[in-house]
Design a protein around this ligand. Structure first.
Ligand code: FAD
Length: 420
């Protein structure tokens, strides 16, 4: 079977690798790299309940969520596929501490949020009663305001911790006064001509003067693409050292991205980058070919099945035109809309509201096989959807993005394998 996966985000890469492992010929066609490079590198399954409280057991809570909201994508995906997807990513990348109940992780503004799995580098950073944190800012890295973070964490109602803050000077590339997380990560790794050992040594030297026994050092998540620098720094300092996710570019997100892309290459999955699916051919309710635009020309690629993992509004699969109409761009699939929430009553902020609808909740409807629906019936018998192109959830505010991406990729893959 010849399968094309549209999109190289978490959903597309997962579906492609699982289909390849089952022996299929899979190509990825993607406009650009996906959202992993921007994400925090944690795995959100279901973080915030509708009561605004952190969810403890996300898998158990999904049952209540879908009972109350049968239009939520988890109702079609099923909790077991979500669990399988999360476990698959953890074991495939080797980057994560064991996933299970939600844990609480600090953010780069000193808020606290629940997530189902954190990278090993973040385990020391977990918010747990009684911990003492030394929050370390770096003058040359502006996205980690240490004093502000420390102050907010100490006031969190979700965990009782003590905090202090210190800001040190560490220039990974002199004479830059303001370096990106990517430059720091390269310096810690010693790649791109930057001196790894000396940057690590300089950090350790600076921190020695400040660290006290019993404290955990919190640093921005820029400690290298290699996932073990934090252990080395910790061993030298004699105290635990943990990473805290920071705004993009995201080093923890890129760690996941790089492992999955390398696996695609190892398994001979062709990734066409800068290639956009702009149309399709269909016959008798069956997609027969995709029209792909790359480098100024359009080719027609025959397919037996399609996994549409093109993302949501933020990736351009869901678009709003100048008349205010919202539509799915490639297949013109019918969409489901979520009503905007009232920030006064829900505490939810940051939604983009168009005509009273939450645009980030807008997307395609699917059945249990992840086939895109037109009414109650599949729009096409071989057009499977995965990830945030599926509507009916609020991944950013309820913290369900990775659970939906991985669970739907698993469910779509299983359905395609049943066709064999
Ligand atoms: C900055 C950011 C932060 C987020 N933070 C959170 C969070 O904290 N918690 C949470 O739960 N969720 C969050 N999300 C939601 C996030 O969307 C999901 O977690 C998940 O990453 C979506 O993965 P995806 O594979 O479905 O889509 P994406 O990662 O968006 O990938 C879509 C892919 O499709 C490609 N594409 C689109 N259209 C076409 C086309 N026509 N032809 C070819 N390729 C195409 C794009 O180039 C891209 O590669 C965040 C998203 C972003 C962007």
């Amino acid at each position: 079977m010849r399968i094309i996966v549209i999109g190289s985000g978490l959903a597309g890469l997962t579906a492609a690798l699982r289909l390849r492992d089952a022996g299929h010929h899979v190509d990825i066609v993607t406009k650009g790299w996906g959202g992993l490079l921007l994400s925090s590198g944690t795995l959100d399954v279901y973080g915030w309940g509708k009561d605004g409280r952190p969810v403890l057991d996300p898998y158990a809570a999904i049952a209540d969520l879908v009972a109350e909201d049968p239009g939520h994508p988890y109702a079609a995906i099923g909790v077991e596929a979500v669990r399988e997807g999360i476990d698959w990513l953890c074991s495939t990348t080797g980057l994560f501490a064991k996933a299970g109940n939600n844990v609480l992780i600090p953010t780069a503004i000193g808020a606290v949020r629940p997530t189902a799995a954190v990278q090993n580098t973040m385990v020391p950073s977990l918010m747990e009663d009684g911990k003492k944190f030394l929050v370390v800012g770096i003058r040359q890295f502006r996205d980690f305001p240490a004093a502000f973070i420390a102050d907010n964490l100490a006031r969190s109602p979700l965990a009782k911790v003590e905090t202090r803050a210190v800001t040190i000077s560490l220039a990974p590339r002199k004479p830059e006064a303001d370096s990106t997380g990517t430059t720091f990560a390269r310096a810690f790794d010693g790649t791109a001509g930057l001196d790894g050992p000396s940057t690590r040594d300089a950090l350790i030297h600076e921190l020695r003067a400040h660290v006290r026994d019993g404290e955990t050092v919190l640093l921005p998540a820029i400690l290298g693409f290699a996932p073990d620098a934090y252990q080395e720094i910790s061993a030298e300092l004699g105290v635990p050292v943990g990473e805290v996710p920071v705004p993009p570019p995201s080093i923890p997100g890129r760690r996941i991205n790089d492992v999955l892309i390398q696996l695609c290459r190892d398994k001979r999955i062709d990734i066409s980058l800068n290639a956009e699916v702009i149309g399709f051919e269909a016959s008798g309710g069956h997609v027969t070919a995709l029209q792909v635009q790359r480098a100024g020309r359009v080719t027609t690629n025959k397919v037996d099945a399609v996994v549409y993992a093109g993302g949501g509004l933020e990736s351009g699969s869901i678009q709003r035109n100048s008349y205010g109409e919202i539509r799915e761009r490639v297949f013109d699939l019918p969409l489901t809309f979520l009503d905007a929430e009232d920030p006064e009553t829900t505490g939810v902020t940051g939604s983009v509201v168009v005509n009273g609808k939450d645009i980030f909740g807008t997307g395609v409807c699917v059945n249990a096989d992840m086939l895109a629906l037109d009414g109650d019936a599949p729009a096409y018998d071989n057009l499977y959807c995965a990830g945030s192109v599926i509507g009916g959830a609020r991944p950013w505010s309820e913290k369900s993005g990775e659970g939906i991406a991985l669970g739907s990729a698993v469910a779509a893959t299983r359905a395609i394998l049943r066709r064999d």
